[in-house]
Design a protein around this ligand. Sequence first.
Ligand code: ZN
Ligand code: ZN
Length: 376
Amino acid sequence: MRAVQLVATGRPLEDRAVALPEPGPGEVRVRVAAAGICHSDAHYRRGGPSLGSLPLTLGHEVAGTVDAVGEGVAEGAWDAVDEGVAEVAPNPPIEVVSSDTNRALARALVPGERVCLHYLVTCGRCAACLRGGEQFCARVQMIGKDRDGGFAEYIVVPARNAIRVPDAVSHAHAAVMMCSSATAWHALVKGRLQPGESVAVFGIGGLGVSAVQLADVFGAATVYAVDRVPAKLALAERLGAVPVSAAEGDDPLAALAALTGGRGVDVALDLVGRPATIAAAVKCLGVQGRAVLVGIGDRPFTVDPYRDILGKETEIIGCSDHMHGEIAGLLELAASGRLDLGAAVTREVPLAAGAVNAALDALEAGTDGVRTVVRV
Ligand SMILES: [Zn+2]
Ligand SMILES: [Zn+2]
């Protein structure tokens, strides 16, 4: 089968012919229909974090159709190892689907069903999995990073990771939800956003488009969208947010202070990861506000400990990935139209290394595009 693979870090991805993977016990093979191209893929191409052994097929936002099932899947026996998986749900406004429901949703998987793939493959049994921190599973593997991902014609994953997609949701939308929407949702959960509170979203990219809409699902009174790019601000405004320009010469902190009557915002999401945006997400908070750091960055940021944190009892909260149990609810939101990814998927490209590399180059350059999806 065809796959777009990372053969050596720091080099462009390559078109390669690889063996068709066979599903083992408890696994399903999925014919990939759509795979989102994420900014993280650019980090992986550069060799940023630790990766699985190369060559590696990238792509962690994947949706497609079940093509073959391994031993035990049709009988539902595959999910026995997941007993005891806990899901943490501090305050989500819609019921986070329990692991029981997720298992039931996945149990009847047969060839021909449309699915999207939760990108964290976990054991379901270690201390982290049992306390609801599956991202920190002792044996966690991310598809498209630690094991082969979706920039290919087929992918094999544990059946538990394949979640049914409602008819009303396209493969392309389901694919991008697997990273950007799910992580935006998890960030709002981590920020403990309450109905009637205000939210500032820094960075209107793939995550930001979802965060703006999902904040509304949480019951946010006002959502402020902060970005440097006028087209992205206009998009956020169409989605119901109040645009706040961070372009050269503009002062988003002063604007947010004025817009909130000097009170500051209750929850701020930094989806960018630059020192300036992280600091701004903390500084824009009001009393007992929460800043959630989502954008990946490795440079220090500067805040005033008294003025920005302890004097207001603000909190700085980390957000890493998302939970299996958060995905089914998101799919329902997309099916009902409350989460519209139409504005998020801006371009589709074929499964070809040249096209994927060009999209990754554009992401690194910071263009207007929100999300490019590989159509396989
Ligand atoms: Zn991603
Ligand atoms: Zn585990």
